[in-house]
Write a protein that binds this ligand. Structure first.
Ligand code: FES
Length: 160
């Protein structure tokens, strides 16, 4: 049987079945695509990064360690380098401090003669615990989470 435009009922059914199959194929593929794409953009916990053996860190002054690790941003994986200071306190407890000043993000360095961290950008000082002792920084040096397993120190370089 022909319609007014000359298309048979069988042809209409064929078009309808193909359209329905296309809609179903797209609908079924969406969850699979989401499962592939979403993990790349999901925020993951930063990994624990090995800093070194405990015996490498003196108890008389903070020691700078430059760490290199892989960071994933979406589909992009890049290598990031960060410097931290490992501070061993008299009671044997540890702190891992950022070397980034909280004022304008300059790199601080340990000054043995002053027994303090010094920020050269605006002449600020922080004590060995990272507390501001002089200058404009609004907060102490950020402290990173750390853990000790056996003789090894690990740090998690979160945005702190
Ligand atoms: S950036 Fe460190 S005191 Fe200004």
């Amino acid at each position: 049987m022909h319609t007014d435009e000359g298309i048979t009922r069988r042809q209409w059914l064929g078009v309808l079945v193909k359209a329905l199959a296309t809609v179903l194929a797209v609908a079924y593929s969406i969850p699979a695509l989401v499962m592939l794409i979403v993990p790349a953009f999901r925020r993951q916990n930063p990994p624990w990064i090995k800093v070194g053996s405990l015996h490498e860190f003196p108890s008389d002054e903070p020691k700078a360690v430059t760490l290199s690790y892989q960071r994933r941003d979406g589909w992009v994986v890049r290598t990031v380098r960060s410097t931290v200071y490992v501070v061993v306190k008299p009671d044997g407890s540890l702190k891992v401090l950022s070397n980034i000043c909280t004022h304008a993000s300059c790199a601080v360095r340990w000054e043995r003669s002053k027994n303090a961290f010094f920020c050269p950008c605006h002449a600020a000082y922080f004590d060995a615990d990272g507390r501001v002792t002089q200058g404009p920084p609004p907060r102490p040096l950020p402290e990173y989470p750390h853990k000790v397993e056996g003789d090894l120190l690990y740090v998690r370089l979160e945005n702190v």
